[in-house]
Design a protein around this ligand. Structure first.
Ligand code: UDP
Length: 239
């Protein structure tokens, strides 16, 4: 797990977003994994997922506060969390400012439709070249269409690890593009679901808000985060 902390982005959100804008302007192909403890835990049992995270073309940013705190325990200073949803919103803003081509894939049909409307209204200079909800059977077919259309920004909202696995499978076929798996971000950006109130975001307890709102997440939380904490302390001891 230490190798993953080694390559996780450590500087501030502001610096990271500035860098992303530069990459977008220069057409530098970039694959971002907005990771949380669940992603790091998955890498322990899924070799392919681990290879994907460790690939030199994959950038890891700490979406979850759990990674920031665990990093500190192990002696890695990750300045702050960089939420995937903020990366997604910032990329849409850049897309509009620089008239870049955007493809959105994932979430429910009514959500993706709202995303389309939002882009036309709020990010009106972005070129929305493709949109597809995430409940189609043939997801590979969608990706083949994405490859053909050569977008500059590709946001994939299918939940982890599916979204990252699909992006990674096709990454070689693209010459440019900023790729991000954005989980449930479209639900929030489109206004279908509410993001946590500011106080939760400020106090880094957005995860708690999500559990309270959606109690079915408890098992998933326990399976990943509690076991993750034990793992980190074990790692610290062995140092
Ligand atoms: N989703 C989808 N197709 C599927 C399963 C899920 O498009 O077959 C979407 C779902 O509608 C939601 C997102 O993927 O918008 C997953 O959200 P969640 O908050 O569970 O993401 P995570 O916690 O994994 O980041």
């Amino acid at each position: 797990m230490k190798e993953l902390f080694d390559k996780t982005y450590k500087d501030s959100k502001e610096e990271y977003l500035k860098m992303l804008e530069k990459k977008l302007k220069t057409n530098k192909k970039t694959f971002i994994v907005t990771a949380n403890p669940e992603a790091f835990m998955l890498s322990e049992k899924n070799q392919e997922y681990r290879n994907m995270l460790l690939d030199k073309n994959t950038e890891i940013v700490a979406d979850g506060i759990g990674l920031v705190k665990a990093g500190r325990i192990l002696g890695y200073v990750i300045k702050e969390r960089i939420p995937g949803i903020e990366i997604a919103e910032e990329l849409l803003k850049y897309a509009s400012e620089h008239q870049k081509k955007v493809y959105l894939f994932g979430s429910k049909p009514e959500v993706i439709e709202k995303m389309g409307n939002l882009i036309r209204e709020k990010y009106s200079d972005a070129k929305l070249i493709g949109m597809q909800d995430g409940y189609v059977e043939e997801k590979d077919k969608v990706f083949k269409d994405i490859v053909k259309k050569e977008p500059d920004i590709i946001l994939v909202a299918l939940g982890m690890p599916k979204q990252e696995e699909l992006i990674y499978k096709y990454l070689d076929k693209f010459k440019k593009g900023i790729f991000v798996g954005v989980g449930g971000s479209f639900d929030v950006i489109s206004g279908t679901k509410k993001r946590a109130p500011k106080i939760f975001i400020k106090t880094n307890t957005e995860w708690l808000y999500r559990i309270v709102k959606e109690p079915k997440r408890i098992k998933r939380f326990y399976d990943n985060n509690i076991k993750f904490i034990f793992k980190i302390y074990k790692l610290k001891k062995s140092k």
